[in-house]
Design a protein around this ligand. Structure first.
Ligand code: LLP
Length: 416
């Protein structure tokens, strides 16, 4: 459940009308709801129950400082994939000691920065990365806490671009090489083996692949224990899906409880979850205004002021996200529209064949835009990226200003 609901004919974000926010801050505009973010985070945290655990929100889903600060105040941990994400977490008030660092190609500088900040652990994705981290730690006279990302080879049954747990993917260390890789890690003097992790994909709509992956990792934990290599935490990654259209993903409670259940009797093994989308997606909307309604021979177009550069998921993954009127008082005739943006590409659309009644000047909201929305925005067509606001009860906080034109060529030089 989220806090974007209709009151009479008007869409509200918590206690504030979306139209009034759009009028004040302009469009395109991302609007987030603090209560929704908090609710989703607690859903995970509560469901794990008494088993020692940490929810490490996947920063890549939405890295706005406003969002990160709300989660940091709840005591959240963070899953990061770059030095830039770590800097954001720290700036937002997050605790580096609750940070896990994932990603296939960590640069020596990023490793050094993370060690300086005292992160909880590096999720290592290859043998050469072990050597690199060991070398950087040695140069600093430190020991780096590491976990190995094991590729459990389970089919997550999701979009091929966001499926990560198969042998054919670039991520993680294959199960067959896992023991040898752990032995190597154990032998390197500046590494301390603390954990094991996996991440099998994103937007999963069933619990089974998660449980299968966890079972495979537990077997490996036991195998390593016999070799004298102790694993202190098991990180099962992120990936729980949300409802965009007709999907029926398990509730975070069901998912987290299934994971915690598998860990019963292993209280010495801390459980780490890295949800991104399930926390942020339905805590945000993208509001856009209709510029023109264009009636064609074969198609009708609602041309809006948001484009693929603002929200790329529909163009990139053919992802379907619900598009609704902000004001349900309908005067125009309902028709099937392609909702398209101003960018000069045929692939620039937010939705196709949507039944809508629209007129010039109307506001539309693209739902479930809080995750992988603004973070994937670009300046294509020299468009300024949208503003972002966070609603908290009856208050609206600007959490990122609309980009200004001259910021677009900052750091560029003309020739004389
Ligand atoms: N942990 C790791 C190591 C990951 O790679 C990811 C996401 C997550 C956690 C969080 O997964 P989530 O809970 O959000 O599913 N841009 C795509 C999604 C890419 C996900 C990449 N990895 C989209 O818009 O659908």
């Amino acid at each position: 459940m989220d806090h974007f609901q209709f009151k009479h004919d008007q869409l509200f974000a918590e206690e504030v009308s979306v139209a009034s926010i759009a009028k004040e801050y302009g469009t395109p505009l991302y609007i987030y709801s603090r209560a929704t973010l908090e609710r989703h985070w607690h859903a995970f945290d509560d469901a794990v129950g008494q088993h020692p655990h940490l929810i490490c929100y996947a920063v890549k889903a939405n890295s706005n400082l406003g969002v990160l600060s709300v989660l940091a105040k709840l005591g959240s941990g963070f899953d990061i994939v770059s030095g830039g994400e770590l800097a954001r977490v720290i700036e937002a008030g997050g605790d580096p000691a609750k940070v896990v660092f994932s990603g296939v190609a960590k640069k020596p500088d990023e490793i050094r920065y993370a060690l300086e900040q005292g992160i909880m652990c590096f999720n290592v994705e290859s043998e050469p990365e072990l050597q690199r981290i060991n070398k950087v730690a040695e140069s600093m006279g430190k020991t780096a806490p590491i976990s190995l990302r094991i590729n459990p080879d389970v089919d997550a049954g999701t979009h091929p671009y966001i499926s990560t747990g198969l042998k054919a993917n670039k991520f993680g260390i294959p199960r067959e090489r896992a023991v040898a890789a752990y032995k190597l890690a154990h032998s390197l003097p500046h590494l301390e083996v603390v954990g094991m992790d996996c991440h099998i994909g994103s937007q999963l709509t069933q619990v089974k692949p998660f449980v299968d992956a966890l079972d495979r990792l537990l077997l490996l934990v036991d195998e390593l224990a016999e070799l004298g290599i102790k694993i202190c935490h098991l990180d099962v990654g992120g990936g729980l899906g949300v409802r965009y259209m007709h999907e029926t993903p398990p509730h975070p409670k069901e998912y987290a409880a299934a994971m915690a259940e598998r860990m019963a009797g292993r209280e010495e093994l801390k459980l780490i979850l890295e949800p991104g989308r399930a926390i942020a997606a339905n805590a945000g909307i993208l509001v856009t205004q209709v510029e023109f309604v264009k009636e064609g021979d074969e198609k009708h177009f609602a041309i809006v002021d948001a484009a693929m550069n603002d929200l790329i998921r529909p163009s990139l993954y053919a992802a379907w996200q619900e598009i609704i009127r902000v004001d349900q008082q309908i005067t125009a005739v309902k028709r099937l529209y392609d909702v398209v943006g101003p960018v000069c590409e045929t692939g620039d659309f937010l939705g196709k064949d949507r039944e809508l009644a629209v007129a010039e000047g109307d506001y539309l909201a693209v739902r479930s835009a809080g995750a992988y929305g603004f973070v994937m925005a670009s300046n294509y067509n020299s468009r300024c990226r949208p503003a972002e606001v966070m609603v908290d009860g009856a208050n609206v906080h600007l959490v990122r200003e609309r980009e200004k034109q001259k910021e677009l060529w900052k750091g560029e030089y003309k020739l004389t």
